[in-house]
Design a protein around this ligand. Structure first.
Ligand code: PLP
Length: 393
C-alpha cells in the first residue's frame, strides 16, 4: 500500500494483503508444507540465503506472512512472528533472549502459564526471577536497582485487572539494562500501544480477541526488526513453534471485524460494570475504565478503552460465586476469554488453582471472584442473566 497513513481500521482489513497471480479478493490460504524450485541452483541459492523465497512452512508461509504483516501494521511494529499459541510466543520471548546467569523481573499478577514458565522453568536453567506487585512503582524501583536482562508484565492483569504504569516501568527497566516484554492480551492493540510507551516486545495470545470466535489457538510476538529478525528468528526456525497456515488464515479473516467486535464488547462490558457497581450482593467490581477502579486515572491515560473483561466479587465467597455461576442461563461457564459469547469463570478454582492460597491473596484473587469475558450478545440480556443468577445467592 502506497499511502503511509491508512487508519488502523483500514489496515485491519487490508494490511499485508499479498494477492497471488489469480487476483483473488480474499486472502489466499496456502495449505502447504513445502515449496518447489525451478533448478538445483535455485534450491542451493535459497538455502545459502542468496535467494529470498519460501523454503519450508516451519520457516515461513505466504498466508502466515500476510498475518504477520497485518499484525505489525496494526501494532505500529517493524516486525512480527506469529506462532501456534500465545504460550509459544511467551516462551519464545524468554527462551530466545535469556541465558544462564540472567535475571528477570516480572509483575506477579500474570496469566497462570506465564507465571509458571518464569517461576518454575527459568530457574532450572539458572535464570534468577523476581516477582513484584505490578501496581507498586517503588517495588519495581527496588527490584530494578540490580542489573536485569528482562522485565515481563501483563496489564491489565488477569483476573483482577491491575494496571501497570507502562511508561514508568519501561524507563526503570531500561535503566537496569532490561528488555521490556508486555503481555497485551487483555487490552489488545485496539486498546493499548505498549511499544509507544517504551516496551520492546509485545506478546499476544491470538486465541482470545483476535480469533474472537473461540475456534483456534494462536500467538504472536512483535517488536523491532533487529529484535524479531535477529537471534529470535533463528530460534523460531529451529524450535518450530510456527502457526498453521489455516489458523493464520482464520485470524486474518477475524481481523476484518475485530475493531467492530471490540467496540461492542467494550460497550457491553462498561454497561455491565455500571450495573454491577451498586449491586447489593457484590462487594467489588473491577473494570479499568470504571471510576471505582483503584488506578482509574492511569487506566484512562494508558488505555484507549477499558477492555472486554469485568471481574467482580460476590459476597459470601466460593459458595456464593458457585451459586451465581450455576444459575447463569445465557453466559457460559468457561475459562476462555475474548470470545463473541460471554463466558464466566471462578479463577480461584480454575485458571489460578495451581497457585497457592498465599499467591492468590497477593494477587487479590478472593474466593468470591468471578471473571466475566463479555461477548457480543445484547447488553440488556447479559445484565438480566447476571441479576437473575445473583438473586439465587
Ligand atoms: C490466554 C493467555 C495467554 C496464553 O495464550 P494461549 O493462546 O492460551 O497459549 C497468555 N496471556 C494471557 C493474558 C492470556 O489470556
Amino acid at each position: 500500500m502506497k499511502k503511509k497513513s491508512w487508519h488502523k481500521d483500514t489496515l485491519a482489513v487490508r494490511g499485508g494483503l499479498d494477492r497471488s497471480s489469480h487476483q483473488e479478493t480474499s486472502e489466499a490460504l496456502y495449505l502447504n508444507s513445502g515449496y518447489v524450485y525451478d533448478s538445483a541452483e535455485d534450491a542451493a541459492a535459497a538455502f545459502a540465503g542468496d535467494l529470498d523465497r519460501y523454503v519450508y512452512s516451519r520457516y515461513g508461509n505466504p498466508t502466515v506472512a500476510m498475518l504477520q504483516k497485518r499484525l505489525a501494521a496494526l501494532e505500529g511494529a517493524e516486525s512480527c512472528l506469529a506462532m501456534g499459541t500465545g504460550m509459544a510466543a511467551m516462551f519464545m520471548a524468554v527462551a530466545s533472549q535469556l541465558k544462564a546467569g540472567d535475571r528477570i523481573v516480572a509483575s506477579r499478577a500474570l496469566f497462570g502459564a506465564c507465571y509458571a514458565v518464569i517461576d518454575q522453568i527459568l530457574p532450572k536453567w539458572g535464570i534468577e526471577r523476581v516477582f513484584v506487585d505490578g501496581t507498586d512503582l517503588s517495588a519495581w524501583q527496588a527490584a530494578l536497582s540490580t542489573p536485569t536482562q528482562m522485565v515481563f508484565m501483563e496489564t491489565p492483569s488477569n483476573p483482577m485487572l491491575d494496571v501497570v504504569d507502562l511508561k514508568a516501568v519501561a524507563a526503570l527497566a531500561h535503566d537496569a539494562g532490561a528488555l521490556v516484554v508486555v503481555d497485551n492480551v487483555f487490552a489488545t492493540q485496539t486498546g493499548q500501544s505498549p511499544l509507544e510507551l517504551g516496551a520492546d516486545l509485545v506478546m499476544y495470545s491470538l486465541t482470545k480477541h483476535h480469533d474472537g470466535h473461540g475456534r483456534i489457538m494462536a500467538g504472536a510476538l512483535l517488536g523491532s526488526k533487529d529484535l524479531i529478525e535477529g537471534q529470535m528468528l533463528k530460534f523460531y526456525r529451529q524450535t518450530g513453534p510456527s502457526i498453521s497456515s489455516f489458523n493464520a488464515w482464520l485470524i486474518l479473516k477475524s481481523l476484518d471485524s475485530m475493531a467492530l467486535r471490540i467496540d461492542r464488547q467494550v460497550e457491553n462490558a462498561m454497561a455491565i460494570a455500571k450495573a454491577l457497581a451498586d449491586h447489593p450482593k457484590i462487594d467489588l467490581v473491577r473494570y479499568p475504565h470504571h471510576p471505582s477502579h483503584p488506578q482509574y486515572d492511569l487506566a484512562k491515560a494508558q488505555m484507549r478503552h477499558g477492555g472486554t473483561i469485568v471481574s467482580f466479587s460476590v459476597k459470601g465467597g466460593k459458595n456464593a460465586a458457585f451459586t451465581t455461576l450455576n444459575h447463569l442461563e445465557l453466559i457460559d461457564i468457561s475459562n476462555n476469554l475474548g470470545d463473541s459469547k460471554s463466558l464466566a469463570c471462578h479463577p480461584a478454582t480454575t485458571t489460578h488453582s495451581s497457585q497457592t492460597q498465599e499467591e492468590r491473596d497477593a494477587m487479590g484473587i478472593g474466593d468470591g471472584v468471578i471473571r466475566l469475558s463479555v461477548g457480543l450478545e445484547y447488553a440488556g440480556d447479559l445484565i438480566d442473566d447476571l441479576n437473575t443468577a445473583l438473586a439465587a445467592v
